[in-house]
Design a protein around this ligand. Sequence first.
Ligand code: NAD
Ligand code: LMR
Length: 332
Amino acid sequence: MPEPIRVVVTGAAGQISYSLLYMIAKGDVFGYEQPLILHLLDIPPMMDVLQGVVMELADCAIPLLREVIPTADPAVAFKDVSAAFLVGAMPRKQGMERKDLLSANVKIFKVQGEALDKYAKKDVKVLVVGNPANTNALICSKYAPSIPKENFTAMTRLDQNRAQAQVSAKIGVPVEQVSNVIIWGNHSSTQFPDASHAVVNLSGKQLTVAEVIKDDSWLRDTFVQIVQKRGAAVIAARKMSSALSAAKAATDHMRDWFQGTVYGKYVSMGVVSDGSYGVPKDLVFSFPVTIKNGQWSIVQGLTIDDFAKQKLAITGKELEEEKEEAVAIIQA
Ligand code: NAD
Ligand code: LMR
């Protein structure tokens, strides 16, 4: 068995973490042979609740889980970690957009960026889940200059999973038969869920989703809107934001980042833009990526028609506005 690695989860007493911690601890992310030491960060008023979570983790009797360190101190939480799940942040309520959370949340990611810079391993892989995830990830990376900016990512895997589920339900096949649905841009209602490069495996034959669904207006309109508004629909139904599906998406994102993607398949991640597809640089923008040896690369050469170009521009513009607002909040 390899040596245990240290993994931090912030917002560890919250609702996403309640599902996420078990998934991580039992090996879904780092593999079923990799022992772990879990660092659990939350704020001081949540320490009693967090103790309850620690008790439950012990009561799960998980062989890979070697130690659990609950704390309200970022210096302890981020010490020597190889992976960071930054979940801790306020969730939105019904009627809000995710960017309405900037004023409440962005400063958390400045502080945690500074703590990562000081205490984490220099090759730490950081996944920002707390909303607005893309802009929080950008800010976090700015305050951790000693860690490569490629190591800061934002979660759009939940949107990808939602999109894949919608397409597979429309066709009437299990989800694993559908791949390469892309989420472009912001984890917000301006995101562009794009099925134009997606494929479906039907009786061993690979077909494009477009040639199977044969309904342009569903693919360009209904589907796009369902995925864009799915988070709000869950909040309207549950009166709380998605948690189980968010935890599952976070494990999918980190597992693929650590273990790599399957040849020919890509996944969507909010990553720092290098200007690919005309997206402005210095934004955390969701692109299709492939991953090898722990390094992601943006999939190149996809055809972007005028419809898609327009959608990418809208979501890119929103991210530029969010970035400006985030900087103003931090400097105020
Ligand atoms: P929650 O309110 O149940 O839990 C959040 C936890 O974070 C709380 O325990 C809180 O005390 C803690 N926290 C707050 N400030 C902190 C800090 N500075 N350091 C450490 N912990 C801190 O919320 P939740 O439902 O678990 O959601 C967490 C975040 O994830 C929200 O911002 C939500 O909008 C976001 N989210 C993102 C996605 C995505 O796809 N990117 C999906 C679902 C939810
Ligand atoms: C989601 O997509 O479910 C989360 O980002 C929570 C939200 O605010 O919608």
